[in-house]
Design a binder for this molecule. Structure first.
Ligand SMILES: Nc1ncnc2c1ncn2[C@@H]1O[C@H](COP(=O)(O)OP(=O)(O)OP(=O)(O)O)[C@@H](O)[C@H]1O
Length: 276
C-alpha cells in the first residue's frame, strides 16, 4: 500500500480487487484461453467475484467463448463497462476491434490498452481478476507487471516436448519479472474414447514432470475432448456444467488449487507488509 504523500510510481494495487492472476503458456494453441475461460467460470460458480481480461492481442477469443461480442459501453467518466457472462465480468481486445481485422499496434499503444483494461474498466469488487495473456514471453507481461502487482501466474502446456520447451521459457520469464508461478496445468492431456480406451496424444504427464523439475505445484490436467472445443466455439464453456459434471470437474479441481495457492501468496505478502 502506498503511504500518504508517497509518489505514485511503479505497480499500484487496484482498489477492490483482491488477486490478479495471469494465465500464460509460452506456446500458442495449447488451450490457454480455454483454461482461462473455464477457470473463471469455475471460480464464479464456487461463489467468487471474478473478472477476466482478454489480453491476447493476437487472437482475442474470449468474447466468442463467453458468448458475447458487443462493444462495451463507455460511461460519462470515460470508464468502460465490462460485459458479463455466466457471472464473470470480462473485457477483451476483441470487443474493441471486433470482426476479423487484426489490431495492429506498437508497444506504447499496447501498454496503454493493458493499463486501460486494468484501471479504466468498472470492475467493482472482485476476488479474482484473471488475465489471459498472449502466447510467448512478450510486451504484455511487462506492461502488466508495470501496472499492477500480480498475485501469480498459471502456466498452461500440453505434455509435448515442444510445448514444454516453450512453457519453460514462460516460467523463466515470470521468474525474471518476479511473478510467482502458482502452478502448471496440462491441457489436452489424454483422450478417452467412448469404448473406454485412453489415447495419449501429446505425452500425458510431461507437464507434471516439468512442475516437479521446477519444484512448482501441478494444478491438474484436462482431457483432450471435442466437447471442450465445441463449448468454446458455441460460447457455452463446459465449466457451466458445474463441479459434479464429469467434463467440468477438472476445471473445478484446478480452480480450487488456484484458490489455495493464491491464498498462500496473499497471506505471505500480508506478512511482509506487517513486518516492514
Ligand atoms: N482440452 C481441450 N480439448 C479439446 N479442444 C481443446 C481443449 N483445449 C482447447 N481446445 C481447443 O483448441 C483450440 C485452441 O485453444 P485456445 O484458443 O484456448 O488456445 P490458446 O493457447 O489460447 O491459443 P492462442 O493463445 O495461441 O490463441 C480451440 O479450438 C479450443 O477450443
Amino acid at each position: 500500500m502506498a503511504q500518504a504523500g508517497q509518489a505514485q510510481q511503479g505497480p499500484q494495487a487496484l482498489p477492490g480487487i483482491r488477486a490478479v492472476i495471469a494465465v500464460g503458456s509460452g506456446k500458442g494453441g495449447v488451450g490457454k484461453t480455454t483454461v482461462a475461460v473455464n477457470l473463471s467460470i469455475a471460480l464464479a460458480k464456487l461463489g467468487h467475484r471474478v473478472g477476466l481480461i482478454d489480453a491476447d492481442i493476437y487472437g482475442p477469443n474470449v468474447p466468442m467463448m463467453m458468448g458475447q461480442t458487443r462493444q462495451p459501453s463507455v460511461t460519462d467518466d470515460s470508464m468502460m463497462e465490462p460485459l458479463e457472462s455466466f457471472g464473470v465480468k470480462f473485457i477483451s481486445v476483441g470487443l474493441i476491434s471486433p470482426g476479423d481485422k487484426p489490431l495492429v499496434m506498437r508497444g506504447p499503444m499496447l501498454h496503454q490498452i493493458i493499463r486501460q483494461f486494468l484501471q479504466q474498466v468498472k470492475w467493482g469488487e472482485l476476488d479474482y481478476l484473471i488475465v489471459d495473456l498472449p502466447p510467448g514471453t512478450g510486451d504484455v507481461v511487462i506492461s502488466l507487471v508495470q501496472t499492477v502487482p500480480l498475485t501469480g501466474a498459471v502456466v498452461v502446456s500440453t505434455g509435448s516436448g515442444v510445448a514444454l520447451q516453450d512453457a519453460r521459457k514462460a516460467l523463466e520469464m515470470f521468474h525474471q519479472v518476479n511473478v510467482e508461478v502458482l502452478g502448471l496445468v496440462e491441457n489436452m492431456s489424454q483422450m478417452r474414447l467412448p469404448n473406454g480406451e485412453v489415447i495419449d496424444v501429446f505425452g500425458a504427464g510431461g507437464t507434471a514432470a516439468t512442475a516437479r523439475q521446477y519444484n512448482l505445484p501441478f494444478l491438474g490436467a484436462v482431457d483432450l475432448d471435442p466437447a471442450i472445443r465445441q463449448g468454446g466455439d458455441r460460447g457455452l464453456p463446459v465449466a457451466l456444467g458445474g463441479p459434479e459434471d464429469a467434463r467440468a470437474k477438472a476445471y473445478f479441481d484446478i480452480a480450487k488449487e488456484v484458490i489455495d495457492r493464491a491464498e498462500d501468496v496473499l497471506e505471505e505478502s500480508k506478512d511482509v507488509v506487517e513486518i516492514s
